[in-house]
Ligand binder design. Sequence first.
Ligand code: F6R
Length: 620
Amino acid sequence: MCGIVGYVGPKPAFGYLLEGLFRLEYRGYDSAGVALQYEKTIGIRKKTGRVSQLAEICKQNPIPGSCGIGHTRWATHGEPSDLNSHPHTGGNGEVVLVHNGVIENYSLLRDRLRALGYVFLSATDTEVAAHLVAYQLQVAVDAGTNPLDAKTCVQAVEAAAAQIKGTYGLAVLFRDVPGLLVATRLGSPLVVGIGRGEHFLASDASPLVGNTDQIVYLKDHETAVITADSFVLHHHDGTAPAVSIQALVQTSRDTELGEFEHHMLKEIFEQPQTIENALRGRLDDEEATAKFGGLNLDPQTLRAIDRIVLTGCGTSWHAGLVGEYLIEGFARIPVEVEYASELRYRNPPMSDRTMIFAITQSGETADTLAAMRECKRKGHPTLAICNTVGSSIAREADGGIYLHAGPEVGVASTKAFTSQVTVLTLLSLLLGRMRHLSYPEGTKIIGQLRAMPDTIRQTLKCFDQVKQVARKYYTAENFLYLGRLFNFPVALEGALKLKEISYIHAEGYPAAEMKHGPIALIEKDTPSVFIAPRCEIYPKVMSNLEEVKARRGPVIAIACEGDTKIAELADDVIYVPEVEEYLQPLVTSIPLQLLAYQIAILRGCNVDRPRNLAKSVTVE
Ligand code: F6R
C-alpha cells in the first residue's frame, strides 16, 4: 500500500514523479504529494485526494528541481488530510521523506522525540521517521567528527531505521546535501531504475516502464545511495552488497486502457488471452500431464508430498478454495486453505512432506509474504503462484508458477483469479498424473483446458444479459450468492466483487447452508444469485433455489446454455457455456465479475478505485 517514486538526474524531476504517481495510484489514493530539491531548499506540494488534484496545485504553483520524491497514500495512521499526506518534514526542514509501511513503535518514538523538542504536525507514524532521521543527523554532525555529507546522511537513515519496529520503505531527501536520494526498506518493496546519468526509484516497477529497462530490487535492510551518476548499495550490517541488475520486461501498453472505459472491464475481457498465457508451454500431450519450469522440485519430492497448504488473501484465497477441490479430486492429496493473515500466527501441525503454495497476484501482500516466510522458517518447500514478476514473494519463494496475466490495474481482481484457477488446475493435473489419474483422463483434461480460451470468449457474450439484470437490481442493498461444490468459492468471489466496488452488502454461502441461518435474510428486495450450472447435484441446487422462491426472494441464476428448466423457476437467467464441473469456476466467475462491474457503474461508483481499498496490501 502507498506508492513511492523518486528521481535524480539532469532533467526536471517533476514529470517522472507525477507520471509515476499516476501509475502507482492503484496502491492508494487517499492523498498524494511530491518534494523537490532545488539549490538548498526543498519544495513540497501535497494534497488530499487523487494524483490529478496534486497535478492541479502543482500547475498553479510549480516547483523546480531535478532531485525529488513522491508518494500516493493509503491511510493507516491518521485520516486522509493535507496535513497527513506525505512527504513529511523532519527537524527544521533539513530532512524530507516519504514512507510506505507501518511503524509499530511510533508512539514510543514520538514521545522520545517530543521530549527532545521535536514538534509533530501530523497524526502519522511517518513523521516519526522524518524527525528520527533529522535527530540522528544532528547527533552525528554535532559530534563534530562527521561533516554534513552523503555518508553521514546514510548513517543517519540507517541509525533511524534500526530503531523502527514494523515495516518501511523510505525515500529521503536532505536539504543541505543536494542531489542525494537515500532509500531503504524492510518489508516494503523498493526498486531502483538505472538510466544514463539518471536514476529512478519506485515501490514497484510500473513507473520505471519506458524510462529504463535496467532495475535493481532492494532487499530488506539494504540502503540505496543514489545520485545522478552513482548508485551504491549499503547493508545495515556495514557490508556493501553486490548490485544485481535485472531486465525490466513490460511494455507501457500493458497498462493502457485502449478501447475500454475502465481497467476492470478491460481485464475481464482479457481473460481468454490471460488463460491462454497461463496454459502456454505447460501442457504435455505426450505424458498427458502438465509441466512447469519453475517448481524446482524433483518428481520424487512431488510424489512424496502428503499434504498441501494453499495460502493467500481475498480473491487469491478464493482461488485457493477452488484449488483444494481440484487437488483433492485429481490427486487425492489432503489440502488446507489458510488465510495468510491467520497462518502467519498459527502453528498448525505440518509434516516434513507438507508443501506450501502462496497464492498472490501482486506478490507483495504483507500477510501472504509473512505466512510464506513462517513456513520457510520451518523448512517446508514454499512455492508461489504469482502474477508479478520480480515481486517480493516471487523472489523469496523456493520456486513457483507465474500467471503471466500481465499487470492487473483494476483494484478488483478479475483476470488474476481465473489465471490462478487455471494454474491450480494444471498443478492438480500434474500431481494427479503422478498418482491416480490415468493417461486417458489426463488427455481429456488437457483437451478441455486447451478449449478454455474459446469457451471464455463465448462466455463474455453474456455481457448484454448481465446489463439487463444489473438494471433491474442495482438499487438492492443486500445480495446473497449461493453455489455448491466448485461453485461455492465462486459464490464467495462473486459476493466479494460486488461489495468491494459497489458498496452493496453481499454474502457468499454454500447454497445448502442457507437454511442454517442466512435464509432469514430472504425477502422481496434481497436478490439471490444462484450459480447453478448443470452438475452432479444439480437437482439439489434446484431445491435450494425453490426454497428461496418459496420465501418470495428474487433469484438470478447463472446457468448452462439450453437450461430451460431453471428459466421457469428463476426471475432472471444469465447463460454460460456448459463445461466439466471442475472447469466451471473459470466460466461462472465471468458473469459475476461483469454483474459487479455493471451494478457499480449504475450506482456511479469508481470501479477502478473503490473507496478505502488499494491494489496491493503491503501492510498487515
Ligand atoms: C479483491 C482483491 C483482494 C486481493 C487480496 C490479495 O478483488 O483484489 O482481495 O485478492 O488483497 O492480493 P494478492 O493476490 O495481490 O496477494
